[in-house]
Ligand binder design. Structure first.
Ligand SMILES: *[C@@H]1O[C@H](CO)[C@@H](O)[C@H](O)[C@H]1NC(C)=O
Length: 238
């Protein structure tokens, strides 16, 4: 039986958002040769919606995006454990079912709204505090704040018109996301990938952040990757 063992592991790791050793990722292949087209820098945040480390990371990245948002292709990928015994999500989220719901709400917002909208939606959830993230009333309030017409939009259809996070599409987005996270080797929330490289982890404190962990450090690293990805075809506007 594997579940009791996993439960035991979960018991010992409950104090942090995760506990598995950090692994450096290799850079995925990029197209360096499309000279006429700007290539944005892929930035991936490995997160859990109700994790304090993720909330902190996302507030740091709010400052980063204000400076180099135009150069970045941002995405969120969520950590969780596939669990066929979980009746609602089929996933166990470390900070409870509300977190699974929050993950689904955010994934649906990401899929169906432009970045400036979904990013403000995520920031709004975070601003309510970690114990509020994922509650239907929080999602609806934040949808209002960023002008997502929840019940009549694709976001609401995806995540559930009642904002429960149990919409069919949203549930499959969550399962997909958890598997992608795993395949990327992300084991801690928050893990920051810039152009395929894990450059920093926030896990109670900052860890494995060779290039630094302030907004200015991430801005610098993004500018460096942007220059690499775009070669001489685009003026490096650092
Ligand atoms: C799987 O889900 C069930 C029901 O929610 C829960 O009791 C159990 O602890 C979960 N298992 C793991 C490994 O998280």
């Amino acid at each position: 039986m594997v579940y009791p063992l996993l439960g035991l592991i979960a018991l010992f790791t409950a104090g942090k958002c995760s506990s598995v050793p950090f692994k450096v990722q290799t850079t995925p292949e990029q197209d360096y040769f499309e000279a006429d087209k700007e290539v944005k820098v892929p930035v991936v945040l490995g997160v859990m919606s109700a994790c304090p480390d993720a909330i902190l990371c996302e507030s740091v990245f709010d400052h980063v995006l204000q400076q180099v948002g135009e150069k970045v292709d941002l995405s969120l990928t969520f950590l969780g454990t596939l669990n066929s015994s979980d009746p609602d999500f089929g996933i166990t989220c470390m900070h409870g079912p509300n977190e699974c719901a929050g993950n689904v709400q955010e994934l649906c917002a990401v899929k169906y709204t432009p970045r400036d909208v979904w990013w403000r939606f995520v920031q709004c959830q975070n601003f309510q505090g970690r114990y509020e993230v994922g509650k239907p009333e929080t999602a609806l309030k934040c949808a209002d704040a960023v002008e997502i017409d929840w019940p009549n939009s694709d976001v609401g259809q995806c995540a559930g018109v009642d904002a429960s996070g149990k919409g069919k599409e949203g549930l499959s987005l969550l399962r997909e996301s958890v598997q992608v996270t795993k395949s990327l080797g992300i084991e801690k929330s928050c893990t920051i990938l810039i152009n395929g490289n894990a450059v920093c982890v926030r896990d109670g404190s900052w860890k494995d952040c060779e290039g630094g962990h302030t907004p200015a450090d991430f801005v610098r690293q993004i500018n460096e990757e942007y220059a690499k990805l775009n070669g001489d075809s685009v003026q490096a506007s650092v």
